[in-house]
Design a protein around this ligand. Sequence first.
Ligand SMILES: Cc1cc2nc3c(=O)[nH]c(=O)nc-3n(C[C@H](O)[C@H](O)[C@H](O)COP(=O)(O)OP(=O)(O)OC[C@H]3O[C@@H](n4cnc5c(N)ncnc54)[C@H](O)[C@@H]3O)c2cc1C
Length: 379
Amino acid sequence: MEILSAQEEDVLKYVKEFAEKEVKPLAKQIDLDQNVPESLIRRMKELGLFGSYIPEKYGGSGLSFSFLVRVIEELSAACPSTALVLDGALTLFAEPIMMFGGEHLKQKYFPQIVEGAVGGLAITEPGAGSDAASIKTTARKDGKKFIINGTKTFISNGRIAKFFIFDAITDPGKGSKGITTFVIDSGTPGFEISRDIHKMGIRGSSTVELVFKDAVIPEEYIVGELNKGFKVIMETLDAGRVGIAAQAIGIARNALEEATEYIKSRKQFGTPISDFQGIQFLLSDLYTELTAARLLTYEACKAWEKHEDSVLLSSMAKLYASDAAMRITTDALQLFGGYGYTTDFDAERHMRDAKITQIYEGTNQIQRVIIAREILKGK
Ligand SMILES: Cc1cc2nc3c(=O)[nH]c(=O)nc-3n(C[C@H](O)[C@H](O)[C@H](O)COP(=O)(O)OP(=O)(O)OC[C@H]3O[C@@H](n4cnc5c(N)ncnc54)[C@H](O)[C@@H]3O)c2cc1C
């Protein structure tokens, strides 16, 4: 299924080469160091990846959402933590400003992203995960400013982001109708990282808890309208979920390609283990599942791009691709036998990395809730 223009296909060839030659060889060390090196982020900037999705008017190259999704897939096949740096900056930070932000926010932040500044999205709180409307962070109006208090947790790109989109209660007692979305710059007094969170997978990605203690931001930092921030977050996640589906496909593809090479060279009973029908049938199922996940993800991507109602498709893509990635990486490890369980091969890392795609940007249980709701609405 073709989703890119001929020009984008040409550019993607360079991205694939970069991912294969410059990112993949570092992936194991990135996992061990729990850090994506600054030099790699700079290379992504030099290659124009940060500017790829930013409109030309702000210094970017205005390429399509489909291109971004393909870039996330390629980078994730090499190193999903590195992919998340770019994904966070573009689908989680730039996208809501693109959809809902005023011109002043676009002019302030987009040129910085083109120059490689990373962003993040801070919505989860210690007491508000799946139930995103139950946040406790408050934004109290004080003249032309807002005073922010609260805690956000599990925030990706935390240590490296220069700015974050976040949501807070502006009209208490109104639930999702009393939430406003804002942007805040790192380094704002009263806004700090309270702890690093260590994880089983995507260990190169910085995940932190953030605390607001009387942090003051100007009212111009509202993204969209006062008390209409929940919609901003939900629509951002619709785009974000397609990005996570692409991340899942990238991880699964890499795991499967490595396992395919291994079974051709590993001999038991006097023959390569790829000669055994039991292995071949497993391989057939895994490639079929990967292809189905990719087609669904590209379909969701196209729907989002055409501004069609894409809630159902993006939830289905995220659900299916992440479940597929978990099954594929688990079976790919199995194909390595005992060696798959060791750190001599990357199969165990792929399995650890795949797991997060079933959890973030709405767990897969929540995707099923959304899918059922959309079906019952008659979508
Ligand atoms: C590595 C990592 C990075 C993350 N990055 C970000 C980020 O950048 N920004 C951000 O804002 N958040 C981020 N998150 C948070 C992530 O989106 C949440 O962890 C996720 O939405 C689930 O919330 P929770 O952890 O509070 O789980 P809970 O909501 O407490 O859920 C616990 C369990 O109950 C299930 N459950 C809950 N409600 C229902 C229901 N109605 N029906 C059936 N089952 C249900 C869930 O599926 C889950 O299995 C990140 C998380 C991780 C681990």
